[in-house]
Design a protein around this ligand. Sequence first.
Ligand code: ATP
Ligand code: MG
Ligand code: MG
Length: 353
Amino acid sequence: MSVLWVLGAGQLGAMLKQAATPLGLDVRPVDIESTETLALSPDDIVTAEREEWPETVATKQLATHSNFVNLATFPQLADRLTQKQWLDRLELATAPWFPVEANSTADLAYETLGDRVLMKRRRGGYDGKGQYWLKHAEGTDIPEDWKGLAIAEQAINFDEEVSLVGVRGKDGQTHFYPLTLNLHINGILYASISPLERLKPLQNKAESMLTKLMDALDYVGVMAMECFRVGDHLLINELAPRVHNSGHWTQAGASVCQFENHVRAVTGLPLVPANVKNQSMMVNLIGVDVDYQWLNIKGLELYWYKKDVRPGRKVGHLNFCSGDLSVLQTALSTLDLPEPYPEALTWLAKNLP
Ligand code: ATP
Ligand code: MG
Ligand code: MG
């Protein structure tokens, strides 16, 4: 039987493998620093858990395989410049922006985008790393080493952040999870909650936006679209051509989770609309040690990534799914986590129906 290789051996690769195990599929995440010669067969399939990678012994072997799904799409979306160009070309709403070039000035940014402008490195940024605020009031200038390597984006005074996780098959069929409400603190995702009745009016619009994009790219697999909700409107913040942190709740809360859906799509297995079970929420574990006493909390599901704990580093997540909202409220009031978690837990409690 053919093997599904995953470029990257982080938590996303591990969870793809975990989801594929009951299907009897052989999924092999590959560490990009591995120097091993991989036993690739022509009928194997290759996917990735990350949108960008350096050229290494491992990535060279995988990236030259003829069944690397979406290979041409990764560089298009991994570079924020070409990603924004795709959004503009498809007339998909996004924060106003321009490329930061050698001759770009902060004055031009303030003139065209307003008094607060967020520069983002074109490549490699994640968890809010690779961002630089330009503030007119403080007279901030564009550092030389950002020129040619960043985009500048208008600061969006959004009401909240939502994301849509969808899957597209080889035949072009698409399926979506309900919109997820996300809380970022200092640019990093702390908590998600889904489904929410009050987001339903935005579901169709969001699905049509992501469908347009996946169709244009002839994309196969799971893709995530992060949006700002401004009133009744959605502005696309960014796209991720892979399984996504804001879809982790589907492991507990959907009959087919995002990881299984991605595996099904790239291997050409049947896709069906996932049955969303109950109310779900997810808490990212960021820079905190594992505490197995958490397992005393009813309804809690722990995913610990076995990574070294460092401040600001995602090292696990907690999923909760229940039809009994009091179980979820009790879990939130029982969880004892350091700053800035009280804000995230209060936010979840407030957003529970
Ligand atoms: P991720 O870990 O999701 O890949 P990232 O580092 O790629 O994050 P973005 O998603 O672009 O970065 O930004 C991180 C967060 O910063 C957003 O979720 C949002 O909270 C805030 N942010 C981004 N762009 C803007 C903007 N134009 N205006 C206001 N806030 C923004
Ligand atoms: Mg990102
Ligand atoms: Mg983001």
